[in-house]
Design a protein around this ligand. Structure first.
Ligand code: NAD
Length: 445
């Protein structure tokens, strides 16, 4: 099949590359010429494990190419997949301007009937209908388009794996022919397919993300209770997760969710509900809990160290989760903001998110070249992302390098047993602190 993907970001580039890998001829279009030039030279503009190798392979075999030219992308395409960003507006609603721009351009460039235009971007219910009207408004009156909603569920950091091993592919269409054609397109992935109406497909995406965000905020609130009641949230989560009705995933307590999806999509769903005069109290609480959780360890540091002014704070991890360079809405950024406001001197290290972070933080923080430089001589250390590289560090090494061995671990990277075997004052999430300056916690195992 000839397929074009518009928007070569985390979703579009992975989708296009994987569709090429299963035998389709794919053209990826992006408005960003620099990005397209990089791709033409075989380099991925984003960090995603396995992506660069796969895109080089498929570009080499002639199955995958890149362009900024809509005519090139529209001429042969049987299916056009839109995967541009739908970021939050200041009021939380989804900004659909890039999507509208793309739909209008597709409308004015398509020369044949029956092209299927698929929206993969996460969009509010009713948006696909708008896409159809934008397409039609910019094409000749005789032109016929088929539209479909095909929300994306991949996770950054394991996006290629997720595309080939997803739990489901949701295809929302107006007619059976379009559904069948799209089913054929994705059949080689061998992932279960759910056919729905367009509105239900749009709603499935928001509901799924809102539910996962709810699970995270729920376990984080339980973690906060555990800290006060002397329980260990890891044991609690394990016990909960053994119940099939609950399941073990998304029960890791930490400093909250971030990234380009959960914060944006939860806010958008609250907005969507508001527009139909429904107060989504549950989701509003989820968002509120997450905002508090992201800066929880800085608050803890203020209680412990009292005055942070002039104190040296190291931070390990900037990306919102491991195996990605994405720092959008990352807890690290909120923590850094507060630490700087308190007058701390912050040194940060991340294995791949450094360049993205530099464009936001500039010279406000010191960027260390390796994790040891971010630990050495610090008055306190924060762990914001659970990169494997940090988890294999030993707390004894950290203790030896630091000026004052106080660690605030936002991702529970180390066991309490290990913390007890060092001289570190170790604060984590939902587990009793291990204190050496004031001596051991009564509840530690
Ligand atoms: P992204 O910002 O990484 O990529 C978007 C790309 O679109 C960029 O390369 C940008 O240059 C390009 N673009 C913007 N406007 C354009 C235009 N007018 N014409 C052509 N190209 C244009 O975004 P993303 O993370 O890939 O997300 C895309 C959509 O998928 C969003 O709606 C998001 O909510 C959804 N989604 C993202 C993820 C994820 O993990 N990132 C997962 C599921 C769904």
């Amino acid at each position: 099949m000839n397929i074009s993907v518009i928007g070569a970001g985390y979703v579009g580039l992975v989708t296009g590359t994987c569709l090429a890998e299963i035998g389709h001829h794919v053209i990826c279009l992006d408005a960003n010429r620099e990005k397209v030039d990089m791709l033409k030279n075989g380099h991925s503009p984003i960090y995603e494990p396995g992506l660069e190798r796969l895109l080089q392979k498929n570009a080499g075999s002639g199955h995958l190419s890149f362009t900024t030219d809509y005519q090139v992308a529209c001429d042969k395409a049987e299916v056009i997949i839109i995967a541009v960003g739908t970021p939050s507006r200041p009021d939380g609603s989804a900004d659909l301007s890039a999507l509208q721009d793309v739909a209008e351009k597709i409308g004015s460039h398509i020369r044949k009937n029956g092209t299927i235009v698929v929206t993969k971007s996460t969009v509010p219910v009713g948006t696909n209908r708008k896409v159809k009207s934008w397409l039609e408004a910019h094409s000749s009156p005789a032109r016929r388009f088929m539209i479909a909603s095909n929300p994306e569920f991949l996770r950054e950091g394991s996006a290629i794996h997720d595309t080939f091993n997803g739990d489901r592919i949701v295809i929302g269409t107006e007619d059976d022919d379009t559904a069948r054609k799209l089913e054929e397109m994705v059949a080689p992935f061998e992932v279960p397919i759910l056919h729905t109406s367009i509105e239900s497909a749009e709603m499935i995406k928001y509901s799924s993300n809102a539910f996962l965000a709810t699970k995270i905020s729920f376990i984080n609130e339980i973690a906060n209770l555990c800290e006060k009641l002397g329980a260990n949230v890891e044991d609690v989560a394990k016990g909960m997760g053994m119940d099939n009705r609950i399941g073990p995933s998304f029960l890791q307590a930490g400093i909250g969710y971030g990234g380009s999806c959960f914060p944006k999509d939860t806010n958008a769903l609250v907005q969507i509900a508001g527009e139909i005069e429904h107060e989504f109290d549950l989701l509003e609480a989820v968002i509120h809990v997450n905002a508090k959780q992201q800066v929880k360890l800085v608050q803890k540091a203020k209680e412990v160290v009292k005055d942070l002014k002039g104190k040296r704070a190291g931070m390990l991890g900037l990306s919102f989760k491991p195996n990605t360079d994405d720092i959008r809405e990352a807890a690290s950024l909120e923590m850094i903001k507060q630490l700087l406001e308190e007058g701390a001197e912050v040194t940060v290290y991340d294995p791949v998110a450094r360049e993205n972070a530099k464009s936001i933080l500039g010279s406000k923080v010191t960027f260390a070249d390796n994790c040891f430089d971010a630990i050495e001589d610090q008055d306190m250390l924060f762990i914001a992302t659970e990169w494997e590289e940090f988890k294999v560090l030993r707390l004894k090494t950290i203790s030896r390098l630091m000026k004052t061995p106080i660690v605030f671990d936002g991702r529970n990277c180390f066991s309490l047993e290990e913390a007890k075997s060092t001289t570190i004052d170790y604060y984590s999430i939902g587990r009793p602190p291990v204190l050496h300056s004031t001596l051991k916690t009564p509840h530690s195992k």
